[in-house]
Each structure stands twice: as structure tokens, then as C-alpha cells.
Ligand binder design. Structure first.
Ligand code: NAD
Length: 401
């Protein structure tokens, strides 16, 4: 549920670590939700810091360590590149700050453990997101499954075809060892979604990986089969190679719930081909980020026409198939098919703030806490290993109790 505007409620004083693309996507949420106040930010980029200081009248720093020394900051939103999440999360927790950490939590189980240890020792709250398991159609599908009306969950089929690999990238984003590729960035969404829907610890994963563009030498595609203790299983397929676009199967609504043109196939690849090399590409990415020369004010973007989504998902229960869509859930039963409609959110990604607020202010356990996100990362790392070693990987970090 998106929070109603209620100015009597406590605000979360948020410091942002990393004013890049993720921050830009979350900015409309932070600005629209009265429970959040942006009070400080850290980024080595001067232009981003200057814009933040003038837009929010807030303190800015070149380092996350300095941000964490600001006593006004209650929550640090960690939106730096994945390979820096562990360093920054540990620093913030040791400074007594609550955490909102972008997905994936980190790039190794050791790093996840270090974050978990520091969060527990400091007694702070931590929520890992946004991931598309926060999307309302996914959460509502989970409620429909839990109602028991359709029998036990048996199988989940999840598929997403995008242009992910050809959007402008930093070099590290094309190097798997530094957290690059679609398994770290995109399977983190897929795995969160199917784990939330299956509602059972995962047992094992078997994956195949696709890396078929030598100029972008990281995983651009995967297929994986995840087995759960309750007998359900999920298949996840992803391609970021920018040809077919599975938004076609979602009524041409894009990932962020926006209306999308149906005739743009190949356009991301064509735009990228005009850039001469990786350093020009990284500069181009930075120019479109917050404070950059080509930055488009995120607050001026059109409100979403529907809910966010992560491609096609079909959940097969014993007596029905459930298909979360941007506009609601299609329910296919013995008696026919109908749509359980869900309107566009007033505030995008409000569910992330709901979970953060409830964890910090009301002391409720977050669903997407550090242990949850460690379990998701274990599946992602398991997929990479399974693909390389061509065998099934047993999972051992999935029990959340
Ligand atoms: N949930 C989502 O929809 C979503 C979308 C995009 C990115 N992300 C996640 O957000 C994270 C960042 O990705 P991005 O695409 O925004 O990257 P980005 O390159 O656009 O932004 C990273 C920002 O961090 C800054 N930075 C780098 N080193 C820093 C440091 N030591 N201290 C402070 N700031 C530093 C950079 O200057 C840049 O502004 C990744 O983990 C990614 O998976 C999530």
C-alpha cells in the first residue's frame, strides 16, 4: 500500500550514498512520500553534489565515511555500485545508521555475512530494495496463493527480454568479477520474485549462462531452474541482448510502469554503436545521471500509467494459473478467466518506504532484510557457478528463521 500523505508522522532523515541511476529512479518516491526527508548525500561527482545541495538545501560529501559522521542522518540509502555495497553498508551500520540498500545486497556471501554481522551488532534496521518483488501485482499474487483458493503452488514461469546489456555502462558493469552482467543485476529481481511467490526455502539451482557478445564480455542471458522445499519449482529466463522485448507481452507497459512505444526494437544497440569506446560510454552514462549535462529532472517525468513489472510471470497452482500484469492479476480457472484489477500507484515504489518505515519506526521485521537478500544472492552466485561447472548447486543459506 502506498502511504497516504500524513504530515503528523515521523520522517526518516535519509542520507544518500551514490547519486547515480538508482537514486534517480527512487527520487520521485523520496520526494512524494512525506515519511522521507533527504538531508544529505555523498558522491565523488562534484556536479551531482552541487545539484543535490541546491535542490534540497542539504549537506553533501565526497565520501560515504563523511556522510556517516553527519548526526542528522538516520538512514543511509546505499546506491553505490554493487561492489561497494559491503564497504558502505558496514560503515553506515557501525555509525548507528539504519540502512536501505540497493539490490544486489553484495557480490559474495562473505560480504553478505559482514553486512549481517554489523547490522546485528549495531541493532539497526536494514531493508534491501527496490527489487521487483515489491511490485504490487507480485505481492497481491502472493496473497492470492496464500488464500488457498487455488490449491498448492506447483510451478512458476518467469521470463524477461530487455535491452539491458546495451544501455550505457561503466566498465565494471561488464565485468562479472566486479558484479557486472545480468545475473548480479537482473536475476536479483527474478530470484526475489519467485522466492516471494513460492514462499518456501529454495533447495537447489541449475543454470545455463549466455555471454555471446565479445565486446560486452559478461553474462547477457541466463536460464535457471530453482527447486523449493515445498515441491514447487521456478524457471527463470532472461535476455538483455536487445532484440525481442517482452514488454510486448505486458501491453507495452515498460518496467517502470510507463507507456512504451512498440517500434523501438534495436534502438538501444544503435545508440550505443555511436559511442567510440568504454570510457566515452561511462562518461555518457554519467552525463545522463543526476547533475549531469543531459540529466532530465526525474521529478518531471510523467506518472506511471500502471504498476512496475519484471516481464512475464505465470504461477501455476493446482486449480488455477495466476498471471501478474502491470494492470492486475489475470486468473485462469476451470470456469474461465478474469482480471483482478490493480490501478497505477500514486507514488511509485511506495512499498519500499512502507517496509523501511515499519522496520525503523514500528520495529516490525522486514521481509526484504539482510538474510532475505543473502538468500537471493546465494541463488545468483549459485547460478554463475552452476553455469560454469554445468551441474546443480545445493543451496545452504535459505533458512530465514
Ligand atoms: N532497483 C533498481 O531499479 C535499480 C536500478 C538501477 C541501479 N540499481 C542498483 O543501484 C546500484 C548503483 O547502480 P547505478 O546504475 O545507479 O550506478 P551508477 O553508476 O549510475 O551510479 C553510481 C553512483 O555512485 C557513485 N559512487 C561511486 N563510488 C562512490 C563512492 N565511493 N562513494 C559514493 N558514491 C560513489 C557514482 O559517482 C555514481 O553517482 C547498483 O547496485 C544497482 O544494482 C538498482
Amino acid at each position: 500500500m502506498n502511504a497516504p500523505r500524513d504530515t503528523t508522522r515521523k520522517q526518516l532523515k535519509l542520507g544518500v550514498a551514490g547519486l547515480g541511476r538508482a537514486f534517480t529512479i527512487m527520487l520521485p518516491t523520496f520526494v512524494a512520500d512525506c515519511r522521507v526527508e533527504l538531508v544529505a548525500a555523498a558522491d565523488p561527482n562534484d556536479a551531482a553534489r552541487e545539484r543535490f545541495a541546491s535542490e534540497f538545501g542539504a549537506e553533501t560529501y565526497a565520501s560515504v565515511a563523511d556522510l556517516c559522521r553527519n548526526p542528522d542522518v538516520e538512514v543511509v540509502y546505499i546506491a553505490t555500485p554493487h561492489e561497494l555495497h559491503a564497504e558502505h553498508a558496514v560503515l553506515a551500520a557501525q555509525s548507528g545508521k539504519h540502512l536501505l540498500i540497493e539490490k544486489p545486497l553484495a557480490i559474495s556471501i562473505d560480504e553478505c555475512r559482514r553486512i549481517d554481522d554489523s547490522v546485528r551488532k549495531a541493532g539497526v534496521a536494514a531493508v534491501v530494495g527496490h527489487s521487483h518483488s515489491f511490485d504490487r501485482p507480485i505481492r497481491y499474487t502472493r496473497e492470492l496463493i496464500a488464500s488457498g483458493r487455488f490449491g498448492r503452488i506447483r510451478m512458476i514461469t518467469a521470463m524477461n527480454y530487455t535491452d539491458f546489456l546495451y544501455r550505457p555502462r561503466r566498465p565494471a558493469e561488464l565485468d562479472t568479477r566486479q558484479g557486472g552482467g545480468v545475473v548480479f543485476s537482473q536475476a536479483a529481481h527474478h530470484v526475489d520474485i519467485v522466492r516471494l511467490l513460492a514462499d518456501s526455502p529454495a533447495k537447489s539451482v541449475r543454470a545455463a549462462l549466455g555471454a555471446w557478445d565479445r565486446d560486452r564480455p559478461t553474462e547477457g542471458a541466463y536460464s535457471a531452474l530453482l527447486q523449493f522445499e515445498n515441491g514447487a519449482y521456478a524457471s527463470m529466463s532472461y535476455s538483455g541482448y536487445g532484440h525481442f522485448d517482452s514488454d510486448e507481452l505486458c501491453g507495452w507497459v515498460g518496467e517502470l510502469g510507463q507507456r512504451k512505444e512498440s517500434n523501438m526494437h534495436g534502438s538501444t544497440r544503435r545508440a550505443l554503436a555511436k559511442l567510440s569506446d568504454l570510457s566515452v560510454e561511462a562518461d555518457f552514462k554519467a552525463a545522463r545521471n543526476y547533475g549531469g549535462a543531459q540529466y532530465v529532472d526525474a521529478k518531471q517525468t510523467k506518472p506511471p500509467v500502471a504498476n512496475e513489472h519484471f516481464g512475464m510471470v505465470v504461477v501455476s497452482c493446482e486449480h488455477a494459473d495466476l498471471r501478474p500484469l502491470p494492470s492486475g492479476i489475470m486468473v485462469y480457472t476451470d470456469d474461465g478467466a478474469h482480471l483482478e484489477s490493480l490501478g497505477a500507484p500514486a507514488v511509485p515504489r511506495g512499498a519500499v518506504i512502507d517496509e523501511l518505515y515499519e522496520a525503523i519506526v514500528l520495529g516490525r521485521a522486514a521481509v526484504h532484510d539482510v538474510r532475505w537478500a543473502t538468500a537471493t544472492l546465494e541463488v545468483c552466485v549459485g547460478m554463475l557457478r552452476s553455469g560454469r561447472e554445468q551441474r546443480e548447486i545445493t543451496l545452504v543459506h535459505q533458512q530465514l528463521d
